[in-house]
Design a binder for this molecule. Sequence first.
Ligand SMILES: [Zn+2]
Length: 279
Amino acid sequence: MRICYTSDLHGRSELYRQLDRLVSAEKPDLLILGGDLFRDGELDDPVASQVAYIEQTFVPRVRAWRGAVPGLEVACIVGNHDWLCAETALQVHHAAGHLVLLNHQRPWQRSGVRFLGYSKTPPTPYWVKDFERLDRAGDPIPDTGGAVWDAESRAARKALPEEHFDNHASLAEDLAAAPELDDPWIFVCHAPPFDTKLDRLPHIEYPIGSHAVRAFIEQRQPLCALHGHVHESPAVTGGYVEQIGRTLCINPGQTHERLHAVLFDTEHPAETLRHTELA
Ligand SMILES: [Zn+2]
């Protein structure tokens, strides 16, 4: 099965246009999008921004890709810049069979390969907190401002760090509950593993990836782990691939102007892996 994977498009039309061209040229069997897919929603009305974008632009585009490439499936996760209301909107399209929204509890299967997806990240300095969690239970609660989506009042409200991080399981706790899968399986996880070529920012000297994600990959050893989030990292480290045990971990990176994506065949991922921009 030929997979095309990209991430962190942040609703940038130029990147989506380049992805249109890549999909029609390469005709993959499966296109996977690794989160942070939409424009940063306006804080005063995430519905009017991200959900409208999903309905008016994103889902019609997925339909066009699938129309242009017979048999193509499109699977995605969200990321920490995406609001909870965006994930809820995608769940409706998943249920309708328009696309696949991957999760970490129930594997999705295609051509004999199983997939788990995970959208949460350790705390960041950014504003949207819906998909931020402590990396490991007992980690210090960060003193960062932000907002979360309140499904009941259908509005964004200020996030209270103590309440938010105390009331949700950590990444490590979530991932410990993921089912054990037989080979081969692929892990699509927005946050990259800690201390790799995939988790460095230009202005910070230490790695910022997830300890929990790294431990999960070390223990469970999927065929591939597809990441994003720290999309500056390949430019900082000069690499977009890291081997953890037998797992090929990939963060294609992303820029504002040139689409960064990878293509590979699940029969021989390492041998067939190709980046659209990087050597
Ligand atoms: Zn992110």
